[in-house]
Design a protein around this ligand. Structure first.
Ligand code: ARG
Length: 275
């Protein structure tokens, strides 16, 4: 059996250079954080590998300080890769590099979004979560990705999706407000969603998280088998719930990346999701 496989991009060029979400304050960035970020990233990689995940490493490019947030590169499913079209010019610079990386991964590369001739922003696995139990995608839209992104997702992967409108700029990607746990339970932060979307997921999502857990990136977890890896500020109460549900927890310090508005899930792209 192939192990859970992730792409990670080493943050050699990572820093907060611009502000495209409310977490980013370029003036507060200190150069000592560059080294901290690399150490925190290495630690995350080691934890994934110790949980028996496989990590494929790629490298970021100068001038693309957010490339380590590889969840936004695109969406990979059944060995096909749907490349992202970024909402902001600051990250559009990454698109050509993701083309090359997807080629090196031997993915059947698709860019149906461009083929429509319209610019439909879609920020990949950051806004599109595969739900293996329900055999569908959940797509977050309204801040970075467009609601229309559901069409290329359907065409590319042949799987249906449910769109959830995101309304709070602090939770600008779906992976910051929702997490599908390996046993099928769904962790979510209700106020991040428009109420109609909220009522839709309420029936399926059973673990609402508090505002302080949401702000500590509790929903932004990586799951490797039954191990959950996340930034180390999750409340004890939520950790106890997750342990009771049968998970092994691996908190780790990702504070340098939080300064850019990202944590564990954002730093990984799952490559082996399939039906
Ligand atoms: N600074 C990056 C941005 O604003 C952070 C991306 C976080 N990624 C994620 N999947 N939530 O685009």
């Amino acid at each position: 059996m192939t192990p859970p496989t992730f792409l990670m991009v080493r943050p050699d060029n990572f820093y907060v250079k611009y502000s495209i979400n409310p977490w980013m304050h370029p003036k507060e960035w200190q150069s000592s954080l560059n080294q901290t970020a690399i150490e925190q990233w290495e630690q995350l990689k080691t934890i994934i590998e110790n949980a028996e995940g496989k990590v494929i490493v790629e490298y970021d490019k100068p001038g693309c300080p957010d490339m380590c947030f590889v969840a936004n590169a695109g969406l990979v499913f059944n060995n096909r890769g749907l490349l992202s079209l970024f909402a902001y010019p600051e990250r559009q610079k990454e698109e050509a590099h993701w083309h090359d990386i997807f080629d090196r991964l031997h993915l059947t590369k698709v860019q149906d979004i461009l083929a429509t001739g319209r610019h439909i922003p879609f920020e990949g696995a950051g806004d599109c979560l595969w739900d293996a139990q329900r055999k569908m995608f959940w797509i977050g839209y309204g801040i970075r990705s467009d609601n229309e992104a559901k069409w290329p997702v359907l065409e590319t992967f042949g799987q249906s999706s449910v769109g959830l409108k995101l309304i709070d700029p602090l939770f600008y990607h779906l992976d910051m407000a929702m997490c599908i746990l390996p046993h099928g339970d769904i962790l979510w932060y209700p106020p991040a969603f428009e109420s109609i979307s909220g009522s839709w997921i309420k029936e399926r999502a059973n673990i609402p998280v508090s505002v302080s857990d949401a702000l500590a990136f509790a929903c932004n977890m990586v799951a490797v088998n039954d191990t959950l890896i996340f930034h180390n500020e999750m409340s004890e109460a939520l950790q106890v719930d997750l342990i009771r549900m049968g998970y092994t927890l691996r908190p780790t310090d990702l504070s340098a990346f939080i300064k850019s508005g990202g944590a564990a899930a954002c730093l990984t792209l799952r490559l082996d999701n399939t039906l």
